[in-house]
Design a protein around this ligand. Structure first.
Ligand code: PMP
Length: 347
């Protein structure tokens, strides 16, 4: 979802951005008009998250999956290996995709137990030669989310695709953050990278220019034509979050929204959530009904009631309620009422 206010502003400005007589969709990326939009979005994100000057903020084409290759290309710095914390499908994918570039080590994995928890810190295997430690803050498919930043001495590379801007971020704890825009920021097709400048000064030989963080930064992410409309939409979204009160307010709202759903699930003998309570996601609440027939009926009837996109990811099945920033609490109230009624009828 995108907030109505953001969509309305985009609609009002659609045919004529700032008196130019042109749509943002039509403005060339090297024009002053677009450079203003791009600079504004970057400044707005920097102030929202408090990103210091020693980090690049990049707006890049391509999805988060592309960054699973690009991060090792830029961040290995001649080191021999990279470590991965595997807590779900996305971190597992990131690890696999990094294999051609370096020796990939598993710091810990919850795969054997079905990705329902985060292995205890004491069990993590860390080596001095790791260039970075990669983890996925929120596993979108399984609904497993780190509640705090892992406490380790290796530069952290975090995939925040499905949790960026859902709560405050202490940038100083990260080497790099990568995030596809499509959940909490803007339409699909753009990725945001926030990276410590000192970590990306030595790219892997053969890295294409377009995938070189430092080179992209030196060219204001305009080595080629960037995803201009998405970049503009991202700027509107950053401003919206600021106007709503910032990341603390987003965090409070998201906690309240997810707690409402978890309370209902936990108090029912009908719905179930199998994720360890210490790492349940505030963005994607995944739950199950007693059998497949009821799950299909739930999806059909919820759509008839105006509740969409509740079908779980094909790898996890069940139901997934995504509670990204733009989802109002009234949306959760409607879902809770629907679930209560459905349980009364079928439980
Ligand atoms: N990481 C996470 C946590 C995701 O949720 C997703 C997409 N749902 C991706 C990576 C992949 O993003 P993209 O489709 O933009 O490559």
């Amino acid at each position: 979802m995108l907030p109505n206010e953001v969509m309305e502003q985009a609609m009002q400005e659609f045919m004529d951005w700032n008196g130019t007589g042109m749509s943002v969709m039509e403005i060339g990326h090297r024009t002053n008009a677009f450079i203003d939009i791009a600079k504004h979005a970057e400044q707005s994100l920097r102030s929202l998250v408090s990103i210091p000057d020693d980090y690049h903020v990049l707006f890049l084409a391509g999805g988060a999956t592309l960054q699973f290759s690009v991060a090792p290309m830029n961040l290995l710095r001649g080191r021999k290996s990279a470590g991965y914390i595997v807590t779900g499908i996305w971190s597992g994918k990131a690890q696999k995709i990094a294999e051609p570039y370096t020796e990939v080590k598993t710091i810990c994995s919850s795969q054997a137990t079905g990705y329902r928890s985060i292995p205890a810190r004491e069990s993590w295997q860390l080596d001095d030669d790791m260039a970075y430690c990669f983890y996925t803050e929120n596993e979108t498919v399984g609904g497993v989310e780190f509640q705090s930043v892992p406490d380790i001495d290796v530069p952290l590379v975090c995939d925040m695709t499905s949790s960026i801007l859902s709560r405050p971020i202490d940038i100083s704890k990260y080497g790099a953050i990568i995030a596809g825009a499509q959940k909490n920021v803007a339409p699909a097709g753009m990725t945001i990278v926030i990276v410590d400048k000192s970590l990306c000064e030595q790219v892997l030989p053969g890295t294409p220019d377009l995938l070189n963080y430092q080179l992209q930064a030196e060219h204001d992410c305009m080595l080629n034509t960037p995803p201009t409309f998405n970049w503009y939409m991202a700027g509107l979204m950053f401003d919206w979050i600021k106007n709503e009160g910032g990341l603390e307010v987003m965090a409070e709202r998201n906690l309240r929204k997810s707690e409402g759903l978890y309370q209902l699930i936990d108090s029912s003998g009908f719905y179930s959530n199998e994720v360890d309570r210490s790492c349940r996601s505030r963005m994607n609440v995944v739950f199950y009904l007693p059998n497949e027939e009821l799950t299909s009926l739930f999806i059909r009837q919820s759509e008839e009631a105006g509740l969409f996109a509740l079908k779980g990811h094909k790898a996890a099945g069940g139901i997934r309620a995504s509670l990204y920033n733009a989802m109002p609490s009234s949306g959760i109230d409607s879902l809770v009422s629907f679930m209560t009624e459905f349980e009364l009828q079928h439980g």
